[in-house]
Ligand binder design. Sequence first.
Ligand SMILES: [Fe+2]
Length: 344
Amino acid sequence: MRYKIAPLFCRPWTLNGISPRLIESHYENDYGNALSSLNAATAELEALDPATTPAALIHRLKRDEAALLNSTLLHELYFASLGGDGRTLPEPMAQAIARDFGSVKRWRDEFIALAHGLAGGPGWVLLTYVPRDARLINHTTAGHEQSLAGGIPILALDMYEHAYHLEFGANPAAYVAAFMRNIEWDTALQRYQNAVKVEPPPRLIQKQFADIPSITVEEVKGMIESGRPVQIIDTRPRHYSTRAHEIMRGAVWRDPERVDEWIGELSKAEPVVTFCVYGFHIGCETAVTLRKVGFDARYLVGGHYAWKAIKGPLTLLDDTSSSGSGPVMQRIRPEEPLADPQLE
Ligand SMILES: [Fe+2]
């Protein structure tokens, strides 16, 4: 495709302390050059056969294309970020910023600090909405790259020298102050309101266990740390546990195929958490079995590896008998044959 130039969004003669000359130069030279170079790189790529072109050449052109596309998009956002009085935030925008930064002042202080930190080096300061987490975050980029994956920037400050040197010389702080005085919050709010309509990425859903209550590793870690009673049962399959050397600290291993033999050790007065290797069927099915007979049982989302991924404490599998309040560990009998190596 060929990218088309976007008209200048802000009205340069209305800006306070940023001259039309600076905006014109920035728009014509830097934005214009990024767009024309982007089209040149795109055309060059389209003319190549990726099956026969050296990989190093494809890599270089694609890297250039990504940087130029990001430069184009961010410049358009930069010009659209200017044109207001900088001070008057529409109420929904102020509320969203206060929700995610504590206060508008705290957001502003952090945004300005990021800009000052970038002074002298190429990069952007961005206020970005992340649909995955339904929140706003300030961040910087190195050069035109490193935008947040899946994030939607709603405000952009260009900290390249070409954005200010013509008028502010070696005084980027004055330029940053001028930018803050000219933020156009009404259109920033429009971009934010569009961004929040974007659905977060789909989460893992196990339809067959949709009705079974689950608990996250963070929640279980919090329960353990706060001393709340919880019975944690590691139900990784016997053949898997035979090879495993470590277990979540505070958990006991029990054979998921022999629930009847150990169910009597559990108390119905305290919650039960069951888990398997990745948080799929076995931990869920054990929770189902326990719930049917009246236990407050939930399965651990993500299982053993999610616990490891949050750096939850582990202990040697042999040591779980002394790990606390749980029932005494029943070791796997070594004479038992290994089952099918398939995990779950
Ligand atoms: Fe620029």
